[in-house]
Design a binder for this molecule. Structure first.
Ligand SMILES: Cc1cc2nc3c(=O)[nH]c(=O)nc-3n(C[C@H](O)[C@H](O)[C@H](O)COP(=O)(O)OP(=O)(O)OC[C@H]3O[C@@H](n4cnc5c(N)ncnc54)[C@H](O)[C@@H]3O)c2cc1C
Length: 492
């Protein structure tokens, strides 16, 4: 008889794990608190517009290719590479910088602000490439049973990289570039990790290599939610059962095993094996009641910024917006120093804008555009009350309208706002943190919550806050690591 697996949550980590486990003959059932699958990779349909709720692009596209190859399925996703990878607008400049993958074209963009950019960038990216390739397999893509194994893996990384552990990303950029704009643009990746470039170790310059040289950034024809729809279709064909509006709130265990989980209506859910796709740190605290993950301990951890998102349907075509755009101010250091701990709305918000109708016309009615705005804000430990969400949205829309010379407020036909409290409620994101646990050196690899439970033999984890970490391709790697664990344990 095939073993039954219950997965709690239907985010990408869950769907990818279900795909792999069904290949090995496991019978999978998924319970999800939201009304549809995908977790943060979700979709909002409103007033004739279709929005991707969270992610809008990804790096390491080959992880999706690997997932489908592993399962012997033709890749159902049409992946499009982005070039320019994104566009950056500074508040004190009229024209944006287009961030091209080709360094000679990028050098043209920076020709007025950075002499010999191409040569400098090659040197900077060469180092970043080395650290990426020297750590990808030995540190990132592997399971750890204990800290000793981690120490042994670290010892295999060439010593020449050790200065990058103590130097900050900003210092590394200062050693290579003169222009402030170039340094700011290259340092934006630090915020995805849950930190600022001033306190992120320079090893993470590897992300500049992944975005600019290695595999670049990609999105999906038809919108990002196609990833969920396509995987879900395959899973349904394989008899995987989805149960929506079902939240796990309690557990019953005997010794080292789980007897069953309990949902909000008191229904019991049992299986041979359980995989938790809910936040791996918060779940251990809130459902398993582990002291190491009590609220005060969770609050002391480093979390990534929370999302403040606006989904705007507008009449008219907005010619000064491209597909992926960053809007930055002129006070970068002050912004970075304050944004994680602000207890009020940022006065001069920095934000990201995505217009997927630029490449997927079906996402907006004719002659209209669907605009997604993501403004990273402090999580709810610092700003708990978001009843002033309309004020921040109005501030952003006023600023953006001015910068793109298009009256977004006047032309709005549909508007939805999700503040950090909505994100927390929708997907159980701890304190509304958007990407989960941060990636400082004390919260990665063997130092991150493990993908196999410390006490319960039949409980595993997959998703942003367990290993290897957050981001779409990274949770796909996580699905491979947890599958390996389950298969290995199954042999014992
Ligand atoms: C606004 C935003 C933009 C982003 N942009 C990008 C991007 O451009 N590129 C990129 O690579 N990454 C991006 N990310 C990060 C990316 O979305 C995540 O890293 C990834 O989707 C996490 O997947 P996961 O497997 O951890 O599942 P999650 O998305 O966390 O899904 C977990 C699921 O579990 C459910 N759940 C939780 N608790 C329970 C429970 N007790 N019972 C039942 N169900 C439960 C939740 O409702 C949810 O559906 C973004 C994230 C956000 C928030």
């Amino acid at each position: 008889m095939s073993k039954k697996v219950l997965i709690i949550g239907s985010g990408l980590g869950s769907l990818a794990t279900a795909l792999r486990l069904t290949k090995h003959g496991y019978q999978v059932e998924i319970v999800e608190k939201h009304h549809q699958a995908g977790g943060r990779l979700n979709q909002l349909k409103k007033d004739g517009f279709t929005f991707d709720v969270g992610p809008s692009f990804f790096s390491m596209s080959y992880e999706f290719t690997e997932l489908f190859e592993y399962c012997n399925i033709p890749n159902p996703l049409q992946m499009n590479e982005l070039n320019p990878v994104y566009t950056v607008y500074f508040a004190d400049k009229k024209d944006p910088y287009f961030i091209y993958k080709e360094l000679d074209k990028l050098a043209q963009e920076f020709s007025k602000i950075e002499e010999n950019f191409e040569e400098k960038a090659k040197k900077y990216l060469k180092k970043a490439a080395e650290i990426f390739h020297d750590t990808e397999h030995v540190i990132i893509k592997r399971n750890y049973d204990n800290l000793f194994q981690y120490a042994v893996s670290l010892a295999t990384v060439p010593m020449k990289h050790s200065p990058l552990l103590v130097r900050s990303m900003w210092t590394q950029l200062e050693r290579h570039f003169d222009s402030n704009d170039v340094k700011v643009i290259f340092s934006l990746v630090a915020f995805f990790l849950g930190s600022t470039p001033f306190d992120t170790p320079a090893v993470y310059s590897l992300l500049n290599y992944t975005e600019l040289q290695h595999d670049g950034y990609w999105n999906i024809k038809g919108g990002m939610y196609k990833i969920v729809e396509e995987i879900q279709k395959i899973l349904i064909n394989r008899d995987v059962k989805f149960h929506f509006n079902t939240e796990i709130v309690d557990i019953k265990t005997s010794e080292k095993n789980i007897d069953y989980f309990v949902d909000q209506n008191g229904k019991q859910w049992n299986a041979d094996i359980y995989v938790c796709n809910s936040d791996a740190a918060a779940f251990r605290g809130q459902i398993l009641k582990r002291k190491k993950f009590s609220k005060p301990k969770l609050d002391k951890k480093h979390w990534t910024l929370a999302p403040f998102t606006i989904y705007l349907g507008v009449k008219g075509k907005v010619k000064n917006l491209h597909h992926h755009n960053y809007f930055l101010g002129t006070n970068f250091k002050e912004y970075a120093d304050n944004i994680f701990k602000l207890s009020v709305n940022p006065e001069k918000p920095y934000y990201y804008v995505n217009v997927s109708s630029k490449s997927n016309e079906e996402c907006a009615p004719e002659g209209c555009e669907n605009i997604f705005i993501l403004c990273p804000v402090p999580d709810r430990r610092y700003k708990h009350d978001w009843s002033d969400r309309e004020e921040l949205a109005a501030n952003i829309l006023k600023d953006l309208s001015k910068r793109i010379d298009f009256d977004l407020i006047e032309n709005t036909v549909s508007k939805t706002i999700y503040a950090p409290d909505d994100w927390e409620k929708m997907f159980n994101l701890y304190q509304g943190s958007g990407l989960g646990l941060a990636h400082g050196l004390n919260q990665v690899a063997a130092m991150r919550p493990k993908n196999k439970d410390e006490k319960l033999d039949n409980l595993y984890y997959v998703g942003a806050s367990t290993i290897p970490g957050t981001g779409l391709p990274i949770v796909v790697i996580g699905s491979k690591l947890v599958t390996e664990r389950i298969l290995e344990d199954g042999k014992r």
